[in-house]
Ligand binder design. Structure first.
Ligand code: JFZ
Length: 417
């Protein structure tokens, strides 16, 4: 069983999305794994629950920022590994309703993004460091000491947690209308060989969970982190060198990327990627038939950090003029020049130059294939020469290069784009 082709087509058309990691970890503001990394007890972590008061939360501002950046869909952490729920679940007290926020934070989010005509997806953590019956594993033996493992071992009944997991997914998929994507996170099977516990399809009952999801939302797309076949794959924090394949067949994919190396709000992290780099990552994804899901970690007061907002605005200046090379576009059969990427939509070929060459760029295989060329941002004509293997005076600049090469004449100065 898999999602309808129309849903995959829609994902492909959208190409660029907003990932939002928001939870209690916004308050310590030092990475969403802080509870695990610093081995914080439930008692110590409680202070973030008690102080969770996002008084500036206005998801219509988030949705407008996403739309302004050229994003076409969003995926929000309904629950991350810490176990805290943004919605008013009947199955736990560990939810936004019981914090100073005092309300369901998911509903206004969903409404705001739909109002901007953006697709809505739900990230949902399979891992849960708060549920009393979830057997917490050591993922990093250097961090999680043996004593901790011993204390936890055998004391917890994952069947109870599994019912909770399925029940919460049912809530999410019955209360908030049509959901475009269910983004589960994550499985780590097959570690038994190293003397470490793993978690996979048996633990979640992935088969049943997928049936449940598809039964409730027949058009939904499911990612690939259930240790069970999904609709698309999710390379994380790297750009694959080519479209990923499963058993030799290319699969739909979406790269997820941070703005600064952390998913949750991380105040002191200074690894910010430049807007220019992020645009190149978007182009790189599309040139390999994939999407980019770019993350923002909102603050504990419910806002996007100024640095995130500035980056999204800058990206938006690019996508507004160059979106025709992104939305609904994909890979081209042609091989781009060094430091360049091709994207293609129908019979339009888009050349993205990551480095500006001096006056000429040579495009092998394109001679005789191009009717007209222009810069995309201002529609100004780009003249070109074609070299068919016979030297004439008109191809002074292209002598000695392979026959079949088309050479673009570019301005010396890179246009301010
Ligand atoms: C997971 C989360 O742990 C992380 O906090 C964030 O939400 C991210 C989007 O997803 O991170 C992972 C998941 C899987 C691997 C690495 C990081 N993995 O399989 O190597």
């Amino acid at each position: 069983m898999s999602a309808p082709q129309a849903s995959l087509d829609k994902l492909r058309e959208r190409r660029f999305g907003l990932f939002v990691h928001w939870g209690l970890y916004a308050l310590p503001a030092r990475h969403e794994w802080v509870k695990k990394r610093e081995q914080l007890t439930d008692e110590r972590y409680q202070r973030y629950f008690d102080h969770f008061d996002p008084d500036l939360y206005d998801p219509s501002v988030w949705a407008k920022a996403a739309s302004g950046a050229g994003m076409k869909y969003t995926v929000l952490t309904t629950k991350h590994h810490e176990g805290f729920c943004l919605w008013d679940s009947d199955l736990t007290d560990y939810k936004a309703t019981n914090t100073p926020a005092g309300r369901d934070l998911l509903r206004p989010f969903v409404d705001a993004f739909r109002a901007e005509d953006l697709g809505v997806g739900f990230y949902h953590s399979l891992i849960d460091w708060h549920h009393p019956q979830y057997p917490v594993d050591t993922l990093h033996p250097r961090i999680d000491d043996a004593e901790f493992r011993e204390r936890e071992a055998g004391k917890r009944d994952i069947e109870v947690y599994r019912r909770y997991l399925h029940g919460q997914v049912e809530e999410l998929l019955t209360r908030y209308g049509d959901v475009d994507v269910m983004w589960f996170d994550f499985s780590y099977p097959g570690r038994e060989a190293y003397g470490l516990p793993g978690k996979g399809r048996e633990d979640w009952n992935s088969e049943e969970l997928v049936k449940l999801v598809r039964g409730l939302q027949p058009d939904i797309l499911i990612n690939n982190r259930l240790d069970y076949p999904g609709d698309f794959t999710t390379p994380e924090q790297f750009q694959p060198h080519a479209a990923p394949t499963i058993e030799g067949r290319e699969v739909p994919w979406e790269a997820c990327q941070t703005l600064n190396g952390s998913w949750g709000y991380d105040r002191d992290n200074l690894d910010w990627k430049s807007p220019d780099l992020l645009v190149r990552m978007l182009v790189d994804s599309v040139s390999k038939d994939g999407n980019l899901l770019l993350n923002v970690g909102p603050t504990g007061r419910g806002e996007f950090d100024e640095r995130a907002l500035a980056t999204l605005e800058e990206i938006g200046r690019w996508t507004r003029r160059n979106g025709r090379s992104i939305y609904g576009a994909g890979r081209s059969e042609f091989t781009p020049p060094v430091d360049g990427r091709y994207t293609q939509r129908g019979d339009r070929l888009y050349l993205h130059l990551f480095a500006w060459p001096f006056r000429h760029v040579h495009l092998p295989g394109l001679a005789g294939r191009v009717k007209y060329a222009q810069l995309l941002h201002d529609a100004s004509e780009v003249r070109f020469q074609e070299y068919h293997g016979v030297d004439t005076d008109s191809n002074v600049g292209v002598k000695g290069i392979p026959a079949g090469t088309l050479t673009l004449d570019l301005p010396v100065q890179r246009p301010n784009e």
